[in-house]
Design a protein. Structure first.
Length: 196
C-alpha cells in the first residue's frame, strides 16, 4: 500500500534525504519567512517558532496555488552555545569565527519540527548535545575552504566532513542533520499518518 504524499516546506536537501530514508513521499512547497531571532529569544523557543511559522507559510502557499489539502511538514535547526544562536554563516570569515567559537565546547543543536493538517499544527523540539574537539586553525580554514559549512547552522555538517570535528553527541543524530526522525514519526502518528 502506498503512503499518502505530504508537503515539505523546506529547501534543505538533508531533510529530503531523511524523509526518503523513512519512506515518506513528499512534494516541495516554498515558504519564505523572516528568520531573525527575537530579542532574548531562547534557541529552543526560536526553532519552535520558526518551524510553526514555516508550516503556516507553507499551508498558505499550497492554498494560494489551489493544491489539495495534505499534511505539511516544516522544520528549523540551529546550533546554540548557551543562549547564543549560531545560524548559517554569512561568509567564509563568519564560518571560521563560528568554528573557533565552537572549538573545544559542548553545545546544543535544536531542531523544531511542525506538522500541520491545515487546521491544526503540532510542534516538537529535539535537543542534542554535541561535544566538539579542539580544532586547529589550519583545520578550520581547510574545512571552510571545502564549502560544506556555508549553508549549515553553526557552520558544520555532522553528516559530512564536519563529523571530523565531533568527539561525541548525546541525542538525535538525525536531529543534528536537520530532521529528528523519531520525533517526526511521533508527530506523523498524531495525525494518523501510516508509517509502515
Amino acid at each position: 500500500m502506498s503512503k499518502p504524499v505530504i508537503y515539505l516546506a523546506s529547501a534543505s536537501p538533508r531533510r529530503r534525504e531523511l524523509l526518503t530514508q523513512i519512506g515518506v513521499p513528499f512534494e516541495l512547497v516554498r515558504c519564505e519567512i523572516d528568520e531573525t531571532p527575537l530579542p532574548g529569544e531562547h534557541p529552543r523557543a526560536y526553532v519552535a517558532r520558526l518551524a510553526a511559522a514555516k508550516a503556516a507559510a507553507g499551508v498558505a502557499t499550497y492554498r494560494a496555488q489551489g493544491l489539495p489539502q495534505r499534511l505539511l511538514l516544516s522544520a528549523d535547526t540551529t546550533v546554540a552555545l548557551g543562549t547564543q544562536i549560531l545560524g548559517k554563516p554569512v561568509d567564509a570569515a563568519d564560518a571560521c569565527d563560528m568554528l573557533r567559537t565552537l572549538s573545544g565546547t559542548v553545545h546544543e543543536v535544536y531542531t523544531g519540527v511542525a506538522i500541520s493538517d491545515g487546521e491544526r499544527t503540532e510542534t516538537v523540539v529535539s535537543t542534542t548535545e554535541v561535544r566538539f574537539r579542539s580544532v586547529s586553525e589550519a583545520d578550520i580554514i581547510a574545512y571552510v575552504a571545502t564549502g560544506e559549512p556555508m549553508d549549515k547552522a553553526g557552520s558544520y555538517g555532522a553528516q559530512g566532513r564536519g563529523a571530523l570535528l565531533i568527539d561525541s553527541l548525546e541525542g538525535s543524530f538525525s536531529g543534528v542533520v536537520g530532521l529528528p526522525l523519531t520525533e517526526t514519526g511521533d508527530l506523523l502518528r498524531v495525525f494518523g499518518y501510516p508509517l509502515w
